[in-house]
Design a protein around this ligand. Structure first.
Ligand SMILES: NC(=O)c1ccc[n+]([C@@H]2O[C@H](COP(=O)([O-])OP(=O)(O)OC[C@H]3O[C@@H](n4cnc5c(N)ncnc54)[C@H](O)[C@@H]3O)[C@@H](O)[C@H]2O)c1
Length: 304
């Protein structure tokens, strides 16, 4: 029995909810948004889709935060999206205020919940939420970038996507790292399999830039990341123990930070598999942690 509360039913929220409910992996869903009637009318749509799929998930649609209770998982995607000409950190202040508000209200009625943050800048938002709620929180992190990485390589090399493996990590977005020693095609290392056909730079540019290109034309990303978010929820609900690039909290100097790395995701989060990364990949990860710390300090300087 898994009950999931979805906080925010905008572009990405709706797509996550739709994908998750259609997976049939959860029994109860709460859909919350501040826009009057939005959750209720979206619930109508979902019920029709679930009827087609013969899935019996129960949905509570609400504009009242007090009705968000007893969830096993709370996924937060409420907040401002960035525009095509903005970085994810440009929406930091506005979205941090929303995280702080939720950190004060959601934990009380959801004492057992795992909190998953999607709102951008997602890693920093997870750290803000955790700091103000004192609750275990993960960032959906770079799991979507794993899929951007694998799909691009498969397309360019003309191979099925399921023979491409590999992990990204560090910060979701512009500060991303690709852990190249994990990237294989049919178990052959990337450099050998892609020689003369595709370069590391081409892959890196695609993985880092594609979101901005999608936003410029479609107004926002939704289907790609939403499917990764669904995968995270299903991995927890079904205790899949699947390796995913999510960001679980780490202590670094005087802060709790969220920096993605391959991590086992089931009804327990972790351990992370950073010890099995190569020396070079680990160097990239450690550099990302240090960079994230400095940026987070700067961004949170004036946060109350
Ligand atoms: N982590 C990722 O991979 C990823 C991918 C896509 C989008 N995002 C982020 O998700 C967030 C939402 O993006 P979107 O495209 O869905 O935006 P959107 O504007 O379509 O939807 C945001 C929703 O949040 C709701 N909302 C805002 N403040 C609220 C509050 N205080 N309480 C309840 N609901 C509130 C709005 O009413 C709206 O329905 C953005 O920060 C975006 O950058 C993250």
């Amino acid at each position: 029995m898994t009950k999931v509360a979805f906080i925010g039913a905008g572009r990405i929220g709706q797509t996550i909810i739709y994908s998750t409910l259609l997976s049939g992996a959860i029994d109860k869903a709460i859909v919350f948004d501040i826009v009057p009637d939005l959750p209720q009318r979206f619930k109508d749509e979902l019920m029709h889709a679930l009827a087609s799929a013969k899935i019996n998930t129960k949905i509570l649609a609400t504009n009242s935060i007090d009705e968000v209770k007893d969830a096993d998982i709370v996924l937060i995607s409420a907040g401002k999206p960035r525009q095509a000409n903005q970085n994810r950190t440009d929406v930091f202040n506005d979205n941090a205020k929303i995280m702080i508000e939720f950190a004060k209200t959601l934990p009380r009625n959801n004492p057992k919940a795992l909190f998953i943050i999607v709102t951008n800048p997602v890693d920093q938002m997870a750290s803000v939420f955790m700091k103000y709620s004192n609750r275990f929180t993960i960032s959906s992190g770079a799991q979507v970038e794993n899929m951007r990485l694998r799909s691009f390589i498969a397309e360019r090399l003309g191979v099925p996507v399921d023979v491409v493996d590999g992990f990204a990590g560090g910060e979701h977005g512009e500060g991303l790292s690709i852990f190249w020693d994990t990237v294989t095609i049919n178990n052959v290392p990337f450099d050998e399999a892609a020689k003369g056909k595709l370069t590391r730079d081409e892959v890196t540019n695609y993985v880092k830039d594609v979101a901005a290109q999608v936003i410029a034309v479609l107004g926002g990303t939704s289907w790609g990341p939403a499917t990764s978010m669904r995968d995270i929820i299903v991995a927890v609900a079904a205790n899949e123990n699947r390796v995913m690039s999510i960001a679980a909290p780490i202590k670094y100097k005087d802060e709790t930070l969220h920096v993605s790395r391959p991590t086992i995701v089931g009804n327990k989060i972790g351990p992370s598999l950073e010890k099995s990364l190569s020396e070079e990949d680990l160097r990239l990860l450690n550099a990302a942690v240090d960079k994230m710390y400095n940026e987070y300090k700067e961004l949170t300087k004036n946060l109350k």
